[in-house]
Structures are given as C-alpha cells and as structure tokens.
Design a binder for this molecule. Structure first.
Ligand code: PLP
Length: 384
C-alpha cells in the first residue's frame, strides 16, 4: 500500500486535462471535435526561432548551463523588462522551464504552511494548486460581479488584504477572462501592497497579446519593483509551449533564495531552448504582430457570435480566452461543459475550474471557421 505525502492530497488533477481526455476519446472514435479548450496558440513557433534551436543543437549547445540561465538570455530578458519600465538587470532574472515553474519556485520560496495568499477570481487553475502544495491558505476576491475588472473590486481587495497577507497574485491580461487591468486598478494594488507589506506576483505571460489595451507592468510602478516578482514566458507570445521556457525577475534577496530551489530541482532550462529564446526576444516582432492580429479578429468574431445569440459579454482585451455564461441548458457549468462535449462535440473548460461557476472558458486559439462551427453546434444543442 502506497502512503502518499499529505501535500498531494491537497490538490486535484487539472480540469483541463479531464476535458482533453474526453475530447481525445471521442476523436479516437472518429468524432470531429471542435476543441476550444486549449491554452496554447494554434500557430507554429516562428521559423527563425526553430532554426535557432536547431543550430544550437548542431553547434553542440547540449550541456548544462549556469543554473539561472545563459548570460545572453538573461541580458536580453533584462533589456526587455527595462523596456517595460521594470528596473531588472540580468542578475535579477532566473530562467525557468516555463512560467509555471517560475510560479512554483516563487511559492516555494515565499509561502510557509498556513501563510495567506490572495487570488483574484476567476483565477488560472494552477495558482491554487501551486499555493496549496506550498502549504498556503487562499483568500479569494471575486471579480465576477464587476465584469471581471479589478478597479471596481478594489474595495473588496482592500477587505481581503491585511498585515497577515503574504502574497497576492495578479494576472493581467487574465487567463481565463482576457481582462487587462487598468492603471488605476494596478495603482490600487500598489497602495494596498505597500500599506500591508505584501509581495505581489505579477504573472504577465499574456502581456504581448493585447488588442485595444496597453498593459502596464506592476513592477514599473513607483514602490513596486522592490516587492514584485514578475513572471513571464515564451509559451504564448512566441507559440513555444512545448519548448518550456519562462522566467521570473525579482530583487536580489529573492533571487538568492529562489536560486537554491531552482538549482536543486530543475538545475537549468534546456540549453538550446535558451538560445532559441534569445532569438525570440530579438527577431520575431512581425510574426508576433501577425498572431496578435489573428487573435483580435477572432476575439471580435466570438463577441459577435455571442451577441447574435443575445449574449453580451465584456470584450476581452488580451490573451485568447473568453468566459461565456452557461445560463442555458444544464443547471451548472460542469454539466454544461459535459453536454457541450458529449452532445455538441465542442470542448470547453468549466468556469468552476477557475473558481467561477456559471461560465465556461473558451479559447479562441482556433480558426475562424472552427469557431463558427463550434458556436453553431452549441446553439443547435440549446447551450447558447
Ligand atoms: N500563467 C498563466 C496565466 C497561464 O495561462 C499559463 C499557461 O497556461 C502559464 C502561466 C504557464 O505557462 P508556461 O509554463 O507554459 O510558461
């Protein structure tokens, strides 16, 4: 009989994986599934980045690198951060295998058993698991009744944050809502964080995928650089999900602690992947712009298709997700998503997975044609 550590009992397997499994099962039976559940761009990694990775392998860059990352990449990341107003040098950067690992190491470095961490709901699925694995307790602030915006919820946030709060996670642009928080909202976060001496984790992984918004980086605000861990990655902007490349940037005392966890767990991100990352930061602006343009058109299409069904949703300003109300058909969002996959053969993710029951998250990392097909199937089954 296996006896597992108590910590693994605190978390559930990812809801998105369960949906993915169901979709694959149907596809194996020959069913045409419209998959709107995926959290990855439907574009190839830009050619120059792929070439840089291949060249790096051919040139023999296949050994360990310095634990925190190769100097060229940390330098390029530092330049990028400075361009966003974040005063981070290469010494403030740890390169990780994906932003998820950066978040994991951040929680391991900062959160003790029983420490309080504040999340803004709807929140990306893994935050909860990452905090619980570190032993933290969650306090949640619901942005659902404020059209997923933070500014009108600042009073609720003020009520949730106290001197007992260890950490607050802010994800803008947001997965799953696509919301981009206003400067006034971020300044409100800053004031509360300073007042209560809270560390803020700014997950800005979607910051290049925005439409009518120009997101501000939290660490660029006065008083925030010294208390912010900025997390970002290459998966979304450069369509590099499988390469596993991300990073965190923070003041040196935090880097010193995180580096211990990093070096004793992953050692370093893959060598040739880091070299491809330098290329991504330096030379594929045009390809990124093309992807963002495609996402914007699809965002408009999704909003319009829903409006045609009498559903008005807050227009997402970034990332490639939208939350659609599950107020027709089955009684709750989990049953709704089951019906969507079983009857309409459309894969979506229940809002409950993001602590936002009453919605389903759709990803528009799918062609306009497939999006239209998906929505017409949902309408046919009486789900929208
Ligand atoms: N943060 C958010 C909000 C995400 O949506 C994701 C991916 O889905 C990640 C972090 C992790 O990305 P990766 O580990 O691929 O860099």
């Amino acid at each position: 009989e296996w006896e597992f550590a108590e910590r693994v009992g605190r978390v559930e397997p990812s809801a998105t994986i369960a949906i993915g499994n169901k979709a694959s099962e149907l596809e194996e039976q020959g069913v045409d599934v419209v998959d709107l559940s995926v959290g990855e761009p439907d574009f190839p990694t830009p050619e120059r980045v792929r070439e840089a990775g291949q060249e790096a392998i051919a040139d023999g860059h296949t050994g360990y690198t310095p634990s925190s990352g190769i100097p060229e990449l940390r330098e390029a990341i530092s330049m990028d951060l400075k361009g966003k107003g974040i005063p981070a040098g290469p010494e403030n950067v740890v390169v990780t295998p994906g932003a998820k690992q950066a978040l994991y190491e951040t929680a391991q470095a900062l959160v003790d058993e029983g420490d309080e961490v504040v999340l803004l709901d709807p929140a990306w699925v893994s935050y909860e698991a990452i905090i619980k694995l570190a032993g933290g307790d969650l306090t949640r602030v619901d942005l659902g009744q404020h059209d997923f915006e933070l500014e009108p919820a600042l009073d609720d946030l003020a009520a949730a944050i106290s001197d007992e709060t260890t950490m607050l996670i802010v994800n803008s642009p947001s997965n799953p809502t696509g919301a981009v928080f206003s400067d006034a909202a971020l300044e409100g976060v800053r004031d509360l964080a300073v007042e209560h001496d809270v560390t803020v984790v700014a997950d800005e992984i979607y910051d290049q995928i925005t439409f009518d918004a120009d997101p501000t980086s939290l660490a660029s605000l006065d008083g925030m650089a010294e208390r912010t861990v900025t997390v970002n990655g290459f998966s979304k902007a450069y369509s590099m999900t499988g390469w596993r490349l991300g990073y965190l940037a923070a003041p040196e005392p935090m880097i010193d602690q995180v580096s211990k966890i990093h070096s004793h767990s992953v050692t370093c991100a893959a060598n040739f992947v880091q070299r491809a990352g330098v290329e991504a930061l330096q030379s594929v602006e045009t390809e990124v712009a093309t992807m963002v343009e495609a996402f914007e058109k699809r965002r408009d299409l999704v909003v319009d298709l829903l409006a045609d069904r009498g559903k008005v949703i807050p227009r997402p300003q970034g990332a490639f997700y939208a939350m659609i109300p599950t107020d027709e058909g089955p009684t709750d969002d989990v049953a709704w998503c089951d019906a969507a996959i079983e009857d309409a053969h459309v894969a979506t993710v229940p809002g409950s997975a993001f602590n936002a029951p009453g919605y389903a998250r759709i990803s528009y990392a799918a062609s306009e044609e497939r999006l239209k097909e998906g929505f017409s199937r949902l309408a046919e089954e009486g789900l929208i």
